[in-house]
Design a protein around this ligand. Structure first.
Ligand SMILES: [Zn+2]
Length: 331
């Protein structure tokens, strides 16, 4: 297996730049600009945008067919100002916490006044991990594939307005501008549930609060993790819902992965508002896993789907044990 991964300092610089960029639902323009700038001149990467402003990046080198699109959302729960309604908070945060913390305004949208980016003891603390970590992971994967000139074919999708009901993802799913063969993998940050532990690796999600995910797409991630010897956890993270649910509802087979998130939506367990945090090692392993998955699916092993491979293994076991059945029944 190829050693996938950007240089440590390159990755930290990327995370710092993306996570320090202000964002809120419908106000993703600054983040979109940073992502476009980072991807603009990468060899083998092309960029388009749909009518709603979701960004679609396509990495293509060699002859393999595209199979996966990795998606993350560019917004985060925050304040917006409209002429009609004044200051409104968009996204889920308990009502009683809304007036407990100062807000920093960036024109007509605002975020909690918190630290944009600090690394301490292997943890990234930031006013926004959800989901700029997912966005940075996709950019990092594309940078790495491009730098190494890997033969592969995949998409990276950066959506708008997830926090108010997957609006960007729904608009994208309804039109689905990608080839029919392409399936979706949502990259998220999520509260620890279902036995998941921060630092034990990214989570391949069995599902979210609203639905279970596509088994065949999930199997590709699980197999890539095993082959690449990447620490992963497999859990039902039902604390929140993600864009995989939206995609599956509109007929795009979708799976999901998450990095475990502390202070989900800036809410520490008891009270107040604070930075979210994630484990840097988990982030690195998520990037590694998606990169390895893409490389693997473009290679000879990727010709057979993981579910077909699973069926073959089971059939071999059935064949190998037939002699015992014959002996037991005297045949
Ligand atoms: Zn999210």
């Amino acid at each position: 297996m190829v050693e996938a991964m950007l240089h440590h300092q390159t990755l930290i610089g990327l995370l710092r730049e993306i996570q320090s960029t202000p964002t809120a639902p419908f106000h993703e323009a600054l983040v979109a600009e940073v992502i476009r700038k980072r991807l603009a001149d990468l060899p083998n990467v092309s960029l388009t945008e749909d009518d709603f402003g979701n960004i679609i990046a396509h990495y293509k080198k060699g002859r393999s067919k595209p199979q996966l699109a990795f998606g993350a959302h560019m917004d985060h729960p925050g304040w917006v100002r409209t002429k009609k309604e004044g200051e409104v908070f968009l996204g889920w945060v308990p009502e009683e916490r809304l007036k407990t913390h100062p807000v920093e305004w960036f024109g007509d949208f605002g975020m909690w006044k918190l630290n944009p980016f600090v690394i301490h003891d292997g943890l990234i603390h930031s006013r926004v991990c959800d989901d700029l970590i997912g966005c940075a992971a996709i950019v990092a994967m594309l940078m790495d594939l491009s730098k190494r000139g890997v033969d592969a074919n995949c998409y990276g999708i950066f959506t708008r307005a997830e926090e108010v009901g997957f609006i960007g993802a729904v608009k994208l799913a309804k039109k689905w501008p990608l080839p029919k063969s392409v399936r979706f993998v949502s990259l998220e940050t999520s509260a620890a549930r279902g036995g998941a532990v921060m630092g034990d690796g990214p989570v391949i999600r069995a599902g979210d609060r609203m639905s279970l995910f596509d088994d065949a797409v999930t199997a590709e991630l699980v197999d890539a993790g095993a082959e690449g010897k990447i620490p992963v956890q497999r859990c039902l993270l039902d604390g929140g819902s993600c864009e995989a649910t939206a995609m599956n509802l509109y007929g795009i087979p979708a799976a999901g992965m998450s990095v475990i998130l502390g202070n989900y939506h800036n809410c520490p367990p008891e009270r107040g508002i604070a930075e979210e945090f994630v484990s840097l090692a988990d982030v690195k392993n998520m990037i590694k896993l998606i990169t390895v998955t893409v490389e693997r699916m473009a290679g000879p092993n990727g010709k057979v789907s993981s579910k077909d491979a699973m069926r073959k293994r089971i059939e071999k076991r059935v064949r190998d044990h037939e002699k015992y059945d014959r002996a037991a029944r005297g045949k």
